[in-house]
Design a protein around this ligand. Structure first.
Ligand code: FAD
Length: 527
């Protein structure tokens, strides 16, 4: 009898999943001198969904790169540096969030007030703009960097079980027909929604509390027309309409359109169950054609488009694990929950989780202190997913009501821009939690407004909700979001941030310094 040798790997931390999150966590841990095993069931390059970044996500990449001295990662935080430094990694230019609100069966039409659109810029010019990550390239580049930095990278590895023996965790699996055994002191699960530890440990799934059940239908395309060529704007918008995450919203769902610089466009729909059922979404391409038939202006955009991959139908987009961490393991936020692509919340939530978890492992030893820190990590992750779910659920409830949807979406833009500015000013304590969910004023107000919207506010209740939204947003509005004269178009203006210095607890000089550091053109009286 011949015994197949077992390949053995001994690691301080084993990370399951080599999407961007697993590789970034590996890179940061390696800098702390840890032995890291990075285990992937597939092989790069591979398709992954989740592509649209945001200012907060990019700031968190910068923070990670600076804190852990990762100079090859930092250029990915801005479109300009990415283009110059890593042109081998495809990406797209994202200047902001564009929304158009459609009626089924009718061409897109708007009024003089731009009541059926919303454009919120995320950057004042291309150089410091956000990006869409072309994940086949991006995730491969990060996994290669992690391996080059010293991670033991095991791809094409099927993990079979996880066992705890004293302080040691053992992961057994199979790679290229041979058994592989990884022993480690800590496991980070970066394997995405309904991922490895959730299944292997039999963790309970948490019920959705606010969001309706939604389905996904998506793929990559070639030949998607630009909206601004089909429907040129009459005035000059805050940024080119299509250099953005474009959202086509309609009753029962929405479509995202994200362009990359390699001719590929990622597009897909998120649909409530009734909308998905009426399209028979599980059919894939024919269901997409049926959706296009109900949205004539979107259909124009896709008239000459060709899917480059088969459509993927996801029968259940959202997922929540009830448990996020134990004494020797933790799920990254992307493994702990996915709410919805709306508002691109997945990346910042996950990056916040990586920063917290790596710091926690660096600053605590196994025992009571670490247990308490992991319990706090779990509470924070769940609270942030709750806040995201509440707001996204309110947006789903108002997809047929553009004015209210737009007002609610400003909660997100206020929280995101305030958080970014506060962190850049070195005052992260002023912006506790994603969506400011840990802020004693903003957190409860977001929950209350979202709850009112989901309940369907009419008449005087609606007026009360609108007033409450304004009151909630005002102390955190650093972007002119409450200026109705802007008629739904919000550029990024240095003057808005300067005028908000006091809200951020900063002096005008602090804010001028911030603007200079981050590549803004200053108003003439400030130069
Ligand atoms: C339809 C949709 C659209 C989205 N759009 C956005 C967006 O625009 N912006 C945004 O911020 N967020 C978005 N998200 C969320 C985003 O997709 C996730 O936050 C992000 O992909 C998480 O990346 P990750 O590296 O943690 O995990 P993933 O990208 O899921 O990668 C997990 C890796 O783990 C591997 N793996 C899985 N199981 C195992 C196993 N048992 N053993 C070993 N390896 C394993 C997989 O092969 C994969 O390589 C979207 C989500 C959905 C569902």
């Amino acid at each position: 009898m011949t015994l197949t040798p077992i390949a053995r790997v001994d690691a301080d931390v084993a990370i399951v999943g080599s999407g961007f999150s697993g590789s970034l966590a590996a890179l940061a841990l390696l800098k702390g001198g840890r032995r890291v095993a990075l285990i992937e069931r597939g092989r790069h390059p591979r398709f992954a969904i989740g592509e649209s970044s945001t200012p907060l996500a990019n700031l968190l990449i910068e923070e990670l790169a600076d804190r852990y001295d990762l100079p090859r990662i930092r250029p990915f935080s801005k479109w300009g540096t990415w283009q110059r430094t890593r042109p081998d990694v495809a990406c797209g230019l994202k200047r902001g969030f564009t929304f158009f609100f459609h009626r089924h069966g009718a061409p897109f039409e708007d009024d003089a007030e731009r009541g059926r659109q919303l454009m919120v810029a995320a950057s004042p010019h291309d150089e410091i703009a956000d990006t869409h990550w072309y994940r086949p390239d991006f995730d491969r580049a990060l996994a290669q960097d992690a391996e080059a930095a010293g991670a033991v990278y095991l791809d094409a590895t099927r993990l079979e079980n996880v066992r705890q023996e004293g302080e040691c965790t053992t992961l057994d699996g199979e790679r290229n027909g041979s058994a592989v055994r990884i022993t480690t002191r800590f496991v980070i699960d970066a394997s995405g929604s309904r991922g490895f530890l959730h299944r292997a440990l039999g963790l309970p799934e948490a019920e959705r509390r606010w969001l309706p059940s939604t389905q996904g239908l998506y793929t990559h395309f070639e030949g998607v027309a630009r909206w601004d060529e089909l429907q040129p704007a009459t005035d000059t918008p805050p940024y080119p309409i299509d250099d953005a995450a474009v959202h086509h919203v309609f009753p029962g769902g929405w479509i995202r359109v994200l362009r990359f610089d390699n001719g590929i466009t990622s597009a897909g729909a998120a649909l409530t169950d009734p909308a998905a059922a009426s399209l028979a979404a599980a059919d894939g391409a024919p269901a997409w054609d049926r959706l296009m038939a109900t949205l004539p202006s979107v259909a124009d955009q896709f008239r000459s488009a060709r899917a480059t991959l088969p459509f993927i139908h996801s029968p259940r987009v959202s997922f929540r694990s009830a448990r996020v961490a134990g004494p020797t393991w933790a799920l990254l936020p992307s493994a702990a929950g996915v709410i919805d692509p709306l508002l691109s919340t997945g990346f910042p939530l996950t990056l916040l989780g990586i920063l917290r978890l790596v710091e926690l492992l660096d600053t605590t030893s196994p025992g009571r202190e670490r247990d308490a820190a992991l319990a706090a990590y779990e509470r924070q992750t769940l609270a942030e997913l709750d806040a995201t779910e509440q707001l996204v659920a309110a947006l789903y409830a108002t997809m047929a009501d553009p004015p209210l949807f737009k007002r609610l979406a400003l909660l997100y833009f206020a929280a995101a821009s305030f958080s970014e500015a506060a962190r850049r000013l070195g005052r992260p304590d002023r912006a506790p939690g994603f969506l400011l969910c840990g802020h004693p004023a903003f957190g409860p107000e977001l929950a209350a407004c979202a709850s009112m919207a989901r309940a369907g506010a009419d008449g005087s209740a609606r007026l009360a909700l609108e007033a409450r939204l304004d009151l909630a947003i005002e102390p955190f509005d650093t972007a002119g979001l409450l200026d109705r004269g802007r008629r739904g178009w919000y550029p990024v203006l240095a003057s808005d941030i300067l005028a908000s210095a006091a809200k951020l607890g900063a002096t005008p000089a602090d804010v001028v310094g911030l603007l200079q550091r981050t590549g803004f053109s200053l108003p003439e009286d400030q130069t």
